[in-house]
Design a protein around this ligand. Structure first.
Ligand code: GUN
Length: 286
């Protein structure tokens, strides 16, 4: 068997083109476009590259964006005060503070300072709580992107066994909850799981989000499974790889996402979707 590849780049482009049309309609209706505000602290090259991607995507879909670049020496109070200003700014719909932050700044305090209604990352405790309570909330971008890929690839989730490997707050836990909400039977595996292979072999849908390159080998994949690879890291060969050993997994999976060009582009695209969602909710709240 050779798996069908779910191309995250193509899908992202299609979704962003849909958003472009939606934003033009929103502007006609409400007299302004959604606006995403992105804060970056310091000069970490990886963070700068991610942030550039976010601003570029905002321009592509036709939304406004504000990039706020702060020196690594900025104080926690200055950052918190800036966030309060953006919370109160009627022209800002989404606020994203790029992580990680310098060590002298408490990330939890920063995340908690963002108004839940403008929390496009879905990291605020109110949004996390509401996700787990099944209430209206902002859903984190990567898990939302995983679900969108399954949906657009026409993969049925209800009644299936889904195995999520990795229990991070940003990916593993929320994607497990979204799969549960979509009526999958969910196994949440992690680094202390005994006999990981016995778990993954049960997976009709396998989501790998550990950051351990090549952890999931082909013989750990149930024949006919959909394999979603959230991991990304640079291998000894200097190339980008995921958590899944792509070549061997392709032999058994029915569907698979590549790395790069799989879940990665979807994360940024879902950030655009979340900003639009914040905008619409705020317009309706007026
Ligand atoms: N740094 C790496 N990934 C993310 C993300 O999804 N959101 C934010 N704010 N920072 C990140």
């Amino acid at each position: 068997m050779s798996a069908t590849i779910i191309d995250g780049k193509d899908l992202s482009l299609a979704l962003k083109d849909e958003m472009k049309v939606q934003i033009a309609q929103l502007e006609a209706k409400y007299g302004r476009k959604p606006c995403l505000s992105v804060i970056i602290v310091g000069e970490d090259p990886a963070s700068q590259s991610y942030v550039r991607g976010k601003i570029k995507a905002a321009a592509y879909v036709g939304m406004d964006s504000r990039l706020i670049e702060l020196p690594a020496s900025v104080s926690q109070d200055e950052l918190l005060s800036l966030i309060r200003d953006l919370n109160a700014d009627g022209g800002v719909d989404g606020i994203l503070v790029q992580l990680p932050l310098p060590k002298h700044i408490d990330s939890n305090l920063v995340i908690e300072a963002i108004a839940p209604a403008k929390d496009v990352d879905g990291f605020h405790p109110v949004n996390v709580a509401n996700l787990w309570l099944g209430l209206d909330c902002m859903v984190p971008c990567t898990p939302k992107g995983v679900m969108k890929m399954l949906e657009r690839a026409g993969i049925e989730v209800a009644g299936k066994t889904a195995v999520v490997v990795g229990r991070s707050n940003i990916v593993g836990k929320p994607v497990a909850k979204l799969l549960l909400d979509a009526n999958a039977t969910v196994i949440l595996a992690h680094s202390r799981t005994k006999d990981l292979k016995a778990m993954t072999l049960q997976a009709d849908i396998l989501v790998a989000a550990t950051g351990a390159i090549g952890l999931i080998k082909g013989d750990m994949v149930k024949p006919g499974a959909a394999v979603i690879d959230v991991g990304i890291g640079r291998g000894a060969d200097g190339k980008l790889h995921g958590d899944v050993d792509f070549e061997s997994a392709c032999e058994r999976a029915a569907y698979i996402t590549p790395v790069p060009g799989g879940v990665g582009p979807m994360t940024i695209t879902m950030l655009m979707a979340n900003t639009i969602e914040c905008f619409i909710k705020r317009m309706h709240a007026c």
